[in-house]
Design a protein around this ligand. Structure first.
Ligand SMILES: Nc1nc2c(ncn2[C@@H]2O[C@H](COP(=O)(O)OP(=O)(O)OP(=O)(O)O)[C@@H](O)[C@H]2O)c(=O)[nH]1
Ligand SMILES: [Mg+2]
Length: 358
């Protein structure tokens, strides 16, 4: 909570004069209200639940902050939002730079808002942990979606580790859902382990691809194909259509080599042109089909439960690690132990045991 300003301001020094319209108490509190930089936690919760985008953005800023007080506030807000969260479809989208992720999300997102959906677009960008940049910095490719009142676009958080960034994104999902967003799209460019991180927080995972020259499967990590619920070949337009159709055949054939999924869903290959907005509805219909199937066979809920358990462990590990390495004593002793290792005077295991015993 912020301390109230106790010293008198000029606005109060009007004794004897009946307050004019601009200095009456209502206007004063209005002006003060606008001046107040940080709304209270309660106000933010109230705002989020009433689908106020400004409150949502502010709460996300708290989630992303490094300041401990902010993080405490963020936790209170997240806990209050939890009962309102979970009612959504979470979709992960990955693909190499230039494949058309932004163009696709713009077309797909617009399609969904036209259907009356409320769409939040978030991103996990491992490169931003180093450069502090962000893949959704290029909001220009999502010009229409940015202006859409039913859409909310948030550039990726920056942080020191993928785990940290991913945790913030997960918390942001909860806030967006509490603010009434029923479709959450999470984009990643697929560097490092970021697809795995995204996969572990979404219901449906979509891999965007380009038609190549018959070597479709080259250069794709096997794990990604295993994670994908759909492979969408983008830029299936103009001279590219024929190649895209061939690629579809080849991907379909390749997918048959993979074992059945626990979801009982057979991953599908689809063609689209994000630029010309073709094939977009088919992809949405496919996702709905997936949701129906997995809700019927309970996989949908099981998967979310598993994800929550995974994130519980993940968060504890992250926190323990941070706490451990931030302790002054450990910092000092670690330095010493590292020197001993350099001089071959101890082994990594003995040193670790000693440090952990502190
Ligand atoms: N012909 C054609 N071009 C497309 C299509 N989708 C995207 N493009 C073009 O491909 C280029 C890259 O598209 P982006 O949407 O920026 O790709 P991205 O995957 O977001 O790229 P990064 O943000 O760099 O990872 C742009 O020039 C788009 O206009 C499509 O369906 N057909
Ligand atoms: Mg992009």
């Amino acid at each position: 909570m912020q301390k109230k300003d106790t010293h008198k301001t000029a606005l109060h020094e009007k004794k004897g004069v009946s307050p004019s319209e601009i200095t009456n108490s209502k206007s004063i509190s209005n002006i003060k209200g606008k001046r107040k930089t940080q709304p209270s936690t309660k106000e933010l919760i109230h705002g989020i639940i009433n689908e106020d985008i400004t409150a949502l953005s502010r709460a996300i800023t708290l989630v992303e902050s490094k300041n401990l007080k902010h993080l405490e506030k963020a936790n209170t807000i997240i806990n209050a939002c939890l009962p309102k969260a979970n009612n959504s479809v979470r979709i992960g989208i990955t693909g190499v730079p230039g494949v058309g992720k932004s163009t696709f999300i713009e077309a797909f997102g617009k399609h969904l808002t036209r259907l009356g959906k409320k769409v939040a677009v978030l991103a996990i960008d491992p490169s931003s942990t180093i450069t502090k940049g962000s893949i959704l910095g290029d909001k220009t490719r999502m010009e229409d979606l940015v202006k859409d009142r039913k859409a909310f676009i948030r550039p990726s958080a920056s942080g020191d580790s993928l785990g940290g960034v991913a945790r913030k994104t997960r918390e942001t999902i909860i806030l967006c859902e509490a603010a009434g967003f029923d479709t959450i799209i999470i984009e990643t460019v697929g560097v490092g382990q970021s697809e795995t991180a995204v996969h572990s927080m979404v219901d449906f995972f979509l891999l965007l691809k380009l038609a190549g020259a018959g070597d479709e499967l080259q250069g794709i990590k096997r794990g990604i194909i295993e994670m994908a619920d759909a492979i969408v070949i983008n830029k299936a337009d103009g001279d590219n259509i024929k190649r895209a159709k061939l690629a579809k055949v080849e991907f379909n054939r390749a997918l048959q080599l993979y074992p059945d999924k626990d979801s009982k869903w057979n991953p599908k290959v689809s063609l689209c042109s994000a630029l010309h907005q073709e094939g977009i509805n088919e992809i949405w219909e496919m996702i709905l089909e997936y949701i129906t199937l997995t809700k019927e066979n309970n996989f949908f809920e099981t998967k979310r439960n598993e994800q929550n358990k995974f994130w519980l462990i993940q968060t504890i590990e992250e926190q323990l690690k941070t706490d451990f390495f931030n302790r002054t004593e450990i910092k000092k002793e670690l330095k010493k132990q590292l020197q001993l290792i350099e001089k071959n005077k101890t082994t990594p295991f003995t040193a670790a045991e000693y440090l952990l015993s502190l």
